[in-house]
Design a protein around this ligand. Structure first.
Ligand code: MOS
Length: 725
């Protein structure tokens, strides 16, 4: 059986379930002391002073850092962490860091933190996005591009279209809530800084810390062998990581700073609330003529950088529409800086677009899947380029077949089982197939074992495992003879694990590096056997074979007095980024059952079919897919961070009141990966799966709820009250 694609068990699985996997907060650092954050209790204003007199005399207290005594960081604007790091006195949100207390034990630090007395000038806080959207402003850019785009004349085309719909969709603030909170242990040895931290970007954290403390990168080491979930909130290097290092320097001892769950809501971003106006115009046969998608998302009034929830980017390219306008606007509120959260922009934006497509299908009296097929884009209508590959039609077909879409009775409320109303809904999934330069080192040891290293990180997705599989494939070594080491800035650099780019970036780096190593071993054999350069040889089972001969790798190395052979390579995206439009696709099919008497909604069946390019591991791929779908069901029916308007404070910043799905909320989920062996996207043909499976889920569920009840719910999450209303 081919190793690439096989459902190999996670290389790190045993260490995790037996507790041998040490996460950042568990770094074994002798002499470590503890830091606790003090956060503002007002939503807007300024810090007049921080009274630390009562706190600093408490037992075990080693230091209290405030904006009055904290060292200045080097950097400005985008070089600064995306949040407060005790550098100034302005207060832009409730929960902003105003002091850090360091003590010999966690309890003493917590106790002293409660005695720190900030004094404020309190201004009136703007807690929520204005309903009028009147204060909206244009972002500087989104992902380096223009926040607005237009092709054709969408307003004229909308006016002329015989069938049209226009609606406003809203999505709430959501928080990432990984199981593992943000945690950092920082240790200085002279002017060398070592940081154990939970991050989605080891090399990014290294670069940021070096910048802020005015050090060459070689003096900063970031270690992160395991991440207990990130979902985007560990993509940036947020202030707590920086403050831990600052505190460690101040007290001359290693410092541990772990956020509690409540602080996780104010310290590392969130998905911002959005208001999205969607308009579609079509011919009576369903042919789309016009699309307008005007997106508004909340931004922080603090001076922490800019983040836009890029809701309209899928609307630009998903369907073959001749006239399209997309705009993105921001509205400032007294809250922290938002950030990437799983499928940023796409999961929120596709809730709007794919709900609107369902509304249009209903208006046309057309099957929602047939409407998608009618407007299938054979090439990217936004860039004009061909897709590197697109098996969306196959996803629709395989998903519909597995789900039994053809049994869907058209009018809403028509499908019943006793008192229960059954609804079937579908939606499209799309996500950018991102890839960035990534490097790896591979060492082939004389004993036949192989060591693979890269400064990437595994968020729980299976990175360790797929790296071993790719190396095993090229070098023909059993997976259990391969050791993978990642999560250390001493290893060759890899990109941040955001935008679903780790598998495509790192797998290609491993493949390229392994191929170079293999070719060197083959060259050694040719040399030993005095064969021509083009003599075909191959590596198999720890030996080079060909020309009717066989020599072990151990022998090749021994003849050269080597105990190992090592290669380091960097793999970079190539011409495909110019020649093709790079996307992964999918189709979602959801069944809900609604009890009309009490408004209870249950997702009872679910099928997701995906074109994620080449699947590297069937087990971890399925895990990503069901995880994304569960995340999407959470978005559809549960997740919402509630703001108390007078204080601009979150009222449900804990895992009891912030709802996420539990096992009882989740049905059996079937996942299908349509075969795709193209190699246009990148040499291995991998498209990435971290985010794709969640895109469209909320719409599929909302569309199913409409089909069950006739109620079109355009504001997430969908609640009992919405069904009963
Ligand atoms: Mo992902 S939200 O790009 O970590």
């Amino acid at each position: 059986m081919a190793i690439i694609g096989a459902p190999i068990e996670r290389k790190d699985g045993r260490a995790k379930v037996t507790g041998r996997a040490h996460y950042a907060a568990e770094a074994q650092v002798p002499g470590v002391v503890h830091a606790v954050l003090v956060q503002s209790t007002i939503g807007a204003g300024a810090l007049l002073a921080v009274d630390i007199d009562a706190a600093k005399g408490m037992p075990g207290v080693l230091a209290i850092l405030t904006p009055g005594n904290a060292p200045r960081l080097h950097g400005a604007g985008p070089e600064m962490p995306p949040g407060p790091a005790l550098q100034d006195y302005a207060i832009a949100y409730n929960g902003q860091h105003v002091a850090v207390v360091v003590a010999d034990t966690l309890e003493r630090a917590q106790s002293a933190a409660q005695r720190v007395r900030p004094r404020y000038r309190t201004d009136e806080a703007i807690a929520e996005m204005s309903a009028t959207l009147a204060n909206a402003y244009r972002p500087r850019g989104i992902f380096g591009g223009d926040p607005d785009s237009r092709r054709g004349d969408p307003d004229a085309a909308l006016a002329a279209a015989p069938v049209k719909i226009a609606a406003t969709y809203t999505t709430p603030i959501e928080h990432h809530n990984p199981m593992e909170p943000h945690a950092t242990v920082a240790r200085w040895e002279g002017d060398r800084l070592t940081v154990w931290t939970s991050t989605q970007h080891v090399s990014g954290a290294q670069a940021m810390l070096a910048q802020l403390f005015g050090l060459p990168q070689s003096r900063v080491r970031v270690i992160c062998p395991f991440v207990g979930g990130g979902f985007g909130c560990k993509g940036n290097t947020w202030p707590p990581t920086v403050l831990a290092a600052m505190a460690a320097r101040a007290v001359g001892r290693p410092v541990k700073l772990v956020l509690d769950r409540r602080q996780m809501y104010t310290s590392n971003g969130y998905r911002p609330r959005t208001v999205q106006k969607l308009a579609l115009g079509a011919e009576r046969d369903g042919t789309l003529r016009a699309l307008r998608h005007d997106g508004f998302s909340q931004m922080s009034l603090g001076d922490f950088g800019e983040f836009t929830e890029a809701v309209g980017l899928a609307s630009e390219m998903l369907y073959a529409v001749p006239a399209v306008a997309v705009t993105h606007r921001l509205i400032g509120v007294n809250q922290a800086l938002p950030t990437y959260m799983r499928a940023p922009g796409k999961s929120s934006g596709m809730f709007a677009l794919e709900s609107a497509m369902d509304e249009l299908a209903a208006e046309l009296g057309m099957d929602p899947l047939a409407l998608r097929l009618k407007n299938y884009a054979e090439a990217d209508p936004h860039s004009g380029r061909p897709f590197s590959s697109k098996k969306l039609r196959e996803c629709y077909a395989a998903g519909a077949d597995a789900f039994g879409w053809s049994r869907r009775a058209a009018p809403p409320g028509a499908m019943r089982d006793g008192e229960e109303r059954i609804g079937l809904g579908m939606a499209t999934a799309v996500y950018t197939a991102n890839r960035s330069p990534a490097a790896a080192t591979i060492r082939y040891n004389a004993d036949g074992s192989v060591l693979v290293r890269s400064g990437t990180q595994d968020l729980g997705t299976g990175t360790y495992t797929i790296m071993a599989q790719v190396a095993a494939d090229v070098l023909d070594v059993p997976v259990d003879r391969i050791t993978v080491q990642i999560g250390d800035s001493e290893f060759p650099p890899a990109p941040g694990s955001g935008g679903s780019r780790t598998a495509p970036s790192v797998s290609n780096a491993v493949q390229q590096t392994a191929a170079v190593l293999r070719d060197r071993l083959l060259a050694m054999a040719r040399q030993d056997w005095r064969l021509a350069e083009n003599e075909p040889l191959r590596l198999s089972g720890g030996a080079v074979i060909g020309d009717g001969r066989r020599t072990s790798v151990a022998g090749l190395l021994a003849r050269r007095n080597l105990d190992m052979l090592e290669a380091t390579e960097e793999a970079r995206p190539g011409a495909e980024t110019r020649d093709f439009s790079l996307y992964a696709f999918g189709a979602h099919f959801a069944e809900v059952r609604v009890d009309p008497a009490i408004g209870r909604i249950r997702v009872t069946r679910y099928v997701g079919a995906f074109d994620a390019g080449r699947v590297l591991n069937a087990r971890t791929a399925r895990s990503q897919a069901i995880g994304g779908i569960i995340y999407g069901i959470g978005m559809a029916m549960f997740e919402k961070t509630e703001v108390d308007a007078p204080t601009a404070r979150y009222v449900n910043s804990n895992l009891a009141d912030y709802l996420v799905p539990v096992n009882a909320d989740i049905p059996d989920i079937s996942t299908i990966f349509v075969e795709n062996d193209e190699h246009n996207t990148n040499p291995l043909g991998v498209k990435g799966l971290g985010e794709l499976p969640m895109v469209g889920v909320a719409a599929a569920v909302a569309n199913a709820v409409w089909h069950a009840t006739g109620k079109r719910i355009r504001d997430l999450p969908i609640r009992v009250e919405d069904v009963l209303a």
